[in-house]
Design a protein around this ligand. Structure first.
Ligand code: HEM
Length: 353
């Protein structure tokens, strides 16, 4: 009898295992991971751990913040602009990195430079930088550090790392668009003191579908239209082969062949925009329509009307991009007006004071 029971249990286990295998792959961690088997830890959608829209977006921010009397550091914006211009002119990919750094900062705990920390107030070292969207992928940290060091030498203790990230994204956008994109970026953010890798699941991933993308942006107070506008940033920079190599069959065949040849290792990076790789321009939208984009999250936009509109008019998209970037810079900000307690102006951007 007990042998029979053991046999039945074994068969049930094997049947379940086979069924699970047949169902895979599972797309988990908000569209960032494609796993062969279900991992409940990475695949569950977890409840929000902090209220997203607690502060009115942008409360306490103002233009030219560092030229007013309370926070006097008139050279701050120029120092950042010089560091960014030098770095991006030498190596445009760094500009892409800086724009993405800003997005990844703002979507997790608001724009508070939590993405820069390597260790936090509670001694946590499993920080955002270690999360699946960021690890071995984010770049541009050294430009932020260089600008911050020069600012600290000029006026110690008044300019936050969160503002350095925001201004750097603005300036990188200007350089990569050859002066066509000029974002009005307000200042006055304070730096957070915590950062957790698992919170990076608030960032939408390359395997996301349209509904998931819209939800991720809505959670941050951004519309579907703004999601499509900001996705235009995928007209610069790079993407890793393992995040799109399941899509060769859905791509323009000539591009697919070229990418296959470049993807000899799944960790290799390729240009996101094969046509104008280093220009922040409307080419992304043409690429969406021509099946010349890397990720599922790009391809799913082809049904959205705004894509055709943007593909046909540079100025429409450029103005929308400027406004959406400014709005992204207001997400969950901590400022002198919002009254958080656990905030500061970091001396060194990678660690709390
Ligand atoms: C709509 C949802 C989005 C998804 C699913 C997504 C996903 C990705 C992925 C998978 C990569 C490649 C990372 C790697 O292979 O290591 C990437 C790169 C990039 N993303 Fe996004 N992204 C999204 C939105 C945005 C937004 C809103 C911005 C900025 C406004 C942005 C800017 C960039 C840039 C500039 C790069 C290239 C970075 C570099 O070359 O270092 N992305 N994105």
């Amino acid at each position: 009898m007990s042998k029979l029971l053991a046999l039945v249990t074994l068969l049930a286990f094997l049947a379940g295992h086979v069924a699970a295998q047949q169902q895979g792959p599972y797309v988990c961690f908000n569209g960032w991971l494609r796993l062969p088997t279900l991992n409940p830890q990475l695949c569950r959608s977890r409840p929000r751990i902090q209220p997203r829209r607690f502060n009115p977006p942008g409360e306490g921010l103002s233009y030219g913040y560092y030229t007013n009397n309370n926070t006097y550091c008139p050279s701050a914006e120029r120092i950042i602009k010089d560091a960014v211009t030098k770095a991006v002119t030498a190596y445009p990919g760094i500009g892409a990195g800086l724009i993405r750094l800003f997005f990844h900062d703002c979507f997790v705990r608001g724009c508070d430079a939590s993405v820069l920390l390597t260790t936090t107030a509670t001694g946590n070292s499993d920080v955002e930088r270690e999360g699946p969207p960021n690890k071995d992928s984010l770049r541009g940290f050294e430009v932020i550090d260089e600008a911050k060091a020069a600012i600290e030498a000029a006026c110690p203790g008044v300019v936050s790392c969160a503002d350095v990230v925001a201004y750097a994204a603005r300036d990188a956008s200007s350089v990569l668009s050859n002066g066509r994109i000029n974002i009005r970026m307000a200042g006055g953010r304070l730096d957070g003191r915590e950062s957790f890798a698992n919170e990076t699941d608030q960032l939408p991933g390359p395997f996301s579908n349209l509904t998931q993308l819209e939800k991720s942006f809505d959670d941050q107070g951004l519309s579907s239209d703004e999601m499509v506008t900001l996705s235009g940033a995928h007209t610069i920079g790079r993407g890793r082969c393992n995040l799109f190599s399941d899509r060769f069959g859905d791509m323009d065949p000539t591009l697919a062949a070229k990418l296959r040849a470049q993807c000899t290792d799944s960790k290799n990076f390729v240009n996101q925009d094969d046509v104008t790789p280093n220009a922040l321009d409307k080419q992304y939208y043409r690429n969406v329509l021509d099946k010349k984009v890397l990720f599922n999250s790009d391809a799913v936009l082809s049904s959205v009307a705004q894509v055709t509109e943007n593909a046909n008019s540079a100025t429409i998209w450029e103005r929308k991009f400027e406004q959406a970037m400014e709005k992204m810079g207001k997400i969950g900000v901590k400022t002198r007006a919002t009254g958080e307690r656990d905030v500061e102006i970091r001396r060194v951007c990678s660690r709390v004071n």
